[in-house]
Write a protein that binds this ligand. Structure first.
Ligand SMILES: Nc1ncnc2c1ncn2[C@@H]1O[C@H](COP(=O)(O)OP(=O)(O)OP(=O)(O)O)[C@@H](O)[C@H]1O
Ligand SMILES: [Mg+2]
Length: 500
């Protein structure tokens, strides 16, 4: 009985046409890597300890995800292959990485037109295939069930229990339209494989590491075991671990652990480049949100603040479980989220309170004395033996330029600035001062040069998220701006008015 039945209103049952709905299910926006990650989710939820991804391109491209999880009975397989067979409202097991009853189908069919799942449990093997060309022709929700003695692809690779998901007639990734055997095709498949490996090394790094009290999982792509990629570089002694905090939200714990990655002067070039991650430091800063230890957001402030060069080394691990997926707006692809309002407020307080700026690279050489000035161009460094001066590479003006450079150029600029500091002719300056102090100054500049300098610095620092007061402080800390205070202030306020 329809609970909303009213007199005068009759019921009409609308059944979606299989062929067109299936085509629409293909358009969830997966990439090759996010689609495979969705299958790995299923394997991990089935308690696998090893998952092997094979990408074979002999006469056609075929992909298989082979696991040693608990497998499925025939009934479970039928349910697993039915789109939307489990309600997102159903309570899930604590370690389950799924929610919608869709991923296996939507992820696979976003990349291929023929999906076969072969699964083994208690020595019995079952298989089922969705072939979109068959659905297209019949216009019905008809899957194909091969007999037990059929020659099933990759079936010989399943052990006593486990599951293999096979993609055939692949049309998703770039490059599959190229001629099989051609160099460009081989190159495209190679790119696909390496891109996938890096993606999985990041998304599942905590499963690969085997955290305390958790089983370690082995993931491999074409026989190569993956290595965890920890975006916080937490084993490096130069990484700062800021205090962690637990936010209680609607009966769940949101565990927040902020890190500041090592400054580029504290690590070698290879390490610096590696931990930039796929999107670089500037775009990689922010929250790293894990749902049941699986990464779903990699570097975003989720609307809380702008990504700026000043906080580019700040990365914050946030752990949630799978109970409040709706509140966090977790989608089928598991590659994004929104902060619930209460959590957002608390996180805002938290990041305002802690110092997300990068650690200072000079602390080991001596105490920094000129801390009164927030953004000096020069740092005065005093240690037991001597006083020296170093260009402050954390000045927003310099970090802004650094961000625009390639890794090699950035390193060269860093070395050059270090050289400038180290070769400062202190003795000469001192002796000149001693003989005729008044004649020493930083020299004067033309009005045009002054204005061009102020305008370009204003833009850079403004883009970096600095307030007008801070911009003024940065500029007036140094000559030629300090000795032209009035002009500088005038140019700045003009710029600010233009911006409004
Ligand atoms: N490798 C596997 N081993 C065992 N069971 C599996 C495997 N893959 C899928 N299943 C079963 O099939 C079901 C459907 O998988 P599917 O990915 O479509 O949805 P889900 O994981 O439940 O939710 P989501 O849409 O959020 O991924 C799973 O809930 C699980 O019971
Ligand atoms: Mg799933």
């Amino acid at each position: 009985m329809n609970p909303k039945a009213k007199p005068g209103v009759s019921e009409v049952e609308l059944i979606p046409p299989a062929e067109s709905l299936f085509e629409s299910l293909r358009a969830f926006g997966y990439s090759f890597s996010t689609a495979i990650a969705d299958l790995v989710d299923n394997s991990l939820a089935a308690e696998s300890s090893a998952v092997e991804i094979q990408i074979a391109d002999d006469d056609e491209l075929r992909v298989a995800v082979i696991d040693d999880g608990h497998g499925m009975s025939r009934e479970e397989l039928l349910v697993a292959m039915t789109p939307g067979s489990t309600s997102p409202l159903a309570e899930r097991q604590q370690q389950d990485l799924g929610r919608f009853g869709l991923g296996l189908k939507t992820a696979s069919l976003s990349q291929c037109r023929r999906l076969t799942v072969i699964t083994r449990r208690d020595g019995t093997t079952h298989a089922l295939t969705w072939d979109l060309d068959v659905v297209q022709q019949l216009g019905r929700w008809v899957a194909l069930e091969p007999s037990e003695d059929a020659d099933l692809p990759f079936a010989d690779q399943i052990g006593d229990h486990g599951t293999v998901v096979v993609w055939e007639t692949i049309d998703g990734p770039d490059g599959v339209e190229l001629e099989v055997g051609s160099r460009r095709r081989a190159h495209a498949v190679n790119e696909l494989t390496t891109g996938l490996s890096s993606h999985l090394e990041l998304v599942f790094h905590r499963f690969l590491e085997g955290e305390k009290g958790r089983r370690k999982v082995n993931l491999a792509v074409n026989g190569r075991s993956l290595e965890p990629f920890d975006p916080f570089n937490r084993n490096n002694p130069a990484t700062t671990h800021l205090p962690s905090e637990i936010i209680h939200y609607a009966g769940t714990d949101v565990v927040v652990q902020p890190f500041v990655l090592p400054h580029f002067k504290k690590v070698d070039t290879v390490t610096w480049a590696r931990y930039a991650g796929p999107r670089g430091y500037l775009r990689g800063q922010g929250f790293y949100l894990y749902r049941n230890r699986r990464l779903i957001v990699d570097g975003s402030w989720l609307g809380l603040k702008k990504q700026t060069p000043i906080t580019q080394l700040a990365r914050i691990q946030v752990d949630i479980d799978n109970r409040l997926d709706r509140e966090w707006r977790i989608g089928v692809r598991k590659d994004g989220a929104q902060l619930p309002l209460l959590v957002k407020d608390r996180l805002k307080e938290l990041i305002d309170k802690i110092d997300l700026q990068s650690r200072k690279p000079f602390t080991h050489r001596g105490r920094r004395l000129s801390s009164a000035q927030r953004y000096p161009v020069w740092n005065r460094v005093q240690d037991a033996e001597a006083i020296s001066y170093r260009v402050n590479v954390e000045n927003p003006l310099i970090t802004g330029i650094m961000e625009e450079l390639t890794d090699v150029a950035r390193r060269h600029l860093g070395q050059l600035l270090e050289l400038v500091g180290a070769s400062l002719p202190i003795e000469m300056i001192y002796s000149d001062f001693g003989t005729d102090g008044h004649s020493i100054g930083s020299g004067s500049v033309e009005d045009d040069t002054l204005e061009a300098g102020v305008v370009s610095m204003y833009q850079k620092l403004h883009d970096a998220g600095l307030s007008l007061d801070d911009i003024e402080a940065v500029l007036l800390a140094q000559d030629p701006y300090r000795s032209n205070q009035d002009k500088v202030k005038e140019i700045l306020s003009l710029q600010q008015r233009k911006d409004q």
